[in-house]
Design a protein around this ligand. Structure first.
Ligand code: B16
Ligand code: MG
Length: 217
């Protein structure tokens, strides 16, 4: 059976989480809401709209819809200003090695991201051609932890969900992969990503032997 591998973007392929953090922090502070890295952890993998809703909840603040929409635009503009300066040096360690190895093993490779900016980011770091198909925030109606993004990825790869493996850095994303019936692999802190089937600090810690085991079982 051919295996499918679905990669999250932010926090797995590139470290854009730090740019989301900066942009959300500035926005929160403008609103007089404090915002910590611990809270930022809860926004990883979460859609843009839901992220702003959460920040407003934390600050106990209600705002009219037009202001809400304006803040979303502002946040994205600031985020894009950081993205604009990105280059290939910002690809996370060994992500390309794993992508290239999977290709030599004839596996299906997809991107499954909540971000509406996924294609812009992949182009910035010159990785777009590594993915057979891209599912991003413009393709889904239900955000992670809903499995929609990964189920769509499996469909596009034409591989059954039980033959797919997901790499994720977020709690919501691991939950989405589990709900999709896929093997979930956390990239990051095992204390945070304890719901994953396996956790690696980063791709450097993942050897080809482990990948072969995923391909053959
Ligand atoms: P955008 P991923 C997610 O990307 C980020 O982790 C999350 O922090 C962000 O709010 C979301 O994308 C939406 O991003 O504002 O660019 O549409 O981790 O699913 O690749
Ligand atoms: Mg992520």
């Amino acid at each position: 059976n051919k295996k499918g591998f679905i990669f999250d973007l932010d926090g797995v392929i590139v470290d854009t989480a730090k740019y989301h953090y900066l942009a959300w922090k500035n926005l929160a502070e403008e609103l007089g809401i404090s915002f910590s890295e611990i809270q930022n952890e809860q926004l990883k993998g979460v859609s843009r709209i839901r992220s702003l809703e959460k920040i407003l909840e934390w600050g106990n603040l209600e705002i009219p819809q037009d202001k809400f929409d304006k803040l979303l635009v502002e946040k994205n503009e600031e985020y894009l200003s950081y993205i604009n300066n990105m280059n290939q040096n910002e690809i996370l360690p060994d992500a390309v090695r794993v992508l290239e190895y999977l290709k030599t093993q004839n596996c299906g490779i997809a991107l499954g991201s909540a971000s509406k900016n996924a294609r812009i980011i992949l182009d910035k770091v010159n990785l777009r051609e590594h993915f057979e198909t891209i599912i991003d925030g413009t393709d889904v109606t239900k955000a992670k932890p809903d499995p929609e993004v990964f189920i769509k990825g499996a469909e596009r790869l034409n591989i059954a969900p039980e033959h797919c493996v997901v790499f994720e850095d977020s709690v919501a994303g691991i939950q989405a992969a589990n709900a999709a019936g896929m093997v979930s692999i956390g990239i990051g802190d095992s204390a945070i990503l304890y719901e994953a089937d396996y956790v690696f600090e980063n791709f450097k810690e993942m050897d080809n032997q482990f990948i072969n085991q995923l391909i053959t079982t």
